[in-house]
Design a protein around this ligand. Structure first.
Ligand SMILES: *[C@@H]1O[C@H](CO)[C@@H](O)[C@H](O)[C@H]1NC(C)=O
Ligand SMILES: *[C@@H]1O[C@H](CO)[C@@H](O)[C@H](O)[C@H]1NC(C)=O
Ligand SMILES: *[C@@H]1O[C@H](CO)[C@@H](O)[C@H](O)[C@H]1NC(C)=O
Length: 217
């Protein structure tokens, strides 16, 4: 009798250990987002956390290893805020959340998205500062944060984003001066317009970045 009880428990433990949901880290990260946002148009209805992986969910694209590479949720009428768990999507290349009504701050964990090519968060209601951790995104080509309520200085570290082709931080409430070194030397002033407290360009060699130009109170 006891041996059957023991076997039963062993099988149960094995099933729990092998169960797909325990290995579904990326699905869990996306499901945390689903729980943090209001979704009046039910665009996230197919996001079922009991599935093996999130690759069959609408607006999610995976690669051949069933790892998430795209999240396409632009213009989806989402409100609420982002979650730090998103930073776990190591193969994510496109994070498209533009034209929603998302608010709150940009999680510094977004700096963990080491495959990211495009970060499109424009036309939302994000506040707080631009996380310096975004400078870890060495593949980033497109960084569009325009039309939010972002404040603070533009992190100087972002100039080391060697792949950066397009930056748009216009229509926010940024302050200080904007850097012109590194990848920023290719950008036009259009990238920075309509930030009433932002002055610049930074004058290399003459004015220190942290000078009093551009009130940052
Ligand atoms: C967005 O959601 C709101 C409810 O929160 C609804 O009234 C509105 O019609 C939706 N807009 C679109 C374009 O679906
Ligand atoms: C960014 O990289 C630095 C080192 O290069 C590391 O200390 C930091 O934790 C990283 N940040 C994120 C959010 O990945
Ligand atoms: C933006 O967020 C603020 C709170 O941070 C809120 O008071 C405001 O109503 C939001 N704007 C819109 C258009 O939802």
């Amino acid at each position: 009798m006891a041996i059957w009880v023991l076997l039963f428990h062993l099988v149960t433990v094995a099933l729990v250990l092998l169960s797909p949901t325990t290995a579904n880290l990326e699905g869990d990260a996306l499901f945390a987002l689903r729980q943090a946002v209001k979704d009046p148009n039910s665009v996230l209805q197919s996001w079922d956390p009991t599935l093996v992986d999130p690759c069959t969910w609408f607006h999610v694209t995976c690669d051949g290893d069933n790892r998430v590479t795209r999240l396409d949720l632009g213009n989806a009428n989402l409100s609420g805020s982002l979650v730090p768990e998103l930073g776990k999507l190591e193969r994510l290349q496109y994070l498209e959340l533009y034209m929603n009504n998302l608010m709150g701050s940009l999680p510094k964990q977004l700096g963990g998205l080491k495959s990211l090519v495009s970060l499109d968060l424009y036309h939302n209601n994000f506040s707080g500062t631009i996380p310096p951790s975004l400078s870890n995104l060495s593949n980033l080509k497109f960084l569009r944060l325009n039309r939010n309520r972002l404040t603070g200085r533009i992190p100087r570290e972002l100039t080391k984003l060697q792949s950066l082709k397009i930056l748009d931080v216009s229509n926010n409430d940024l302050c200080g001066t904007f850097p012109t070194s590194g990848s920023f030397s290719q950008l036009s002033e259009e990238s920075f317009k309509n930030n009433p407290r932002l002055e610049g360009p930074e004058l290399m060699g003459f004015v220190r970045y942290d000078s009093t130009r551009g009130s940052c109170k």
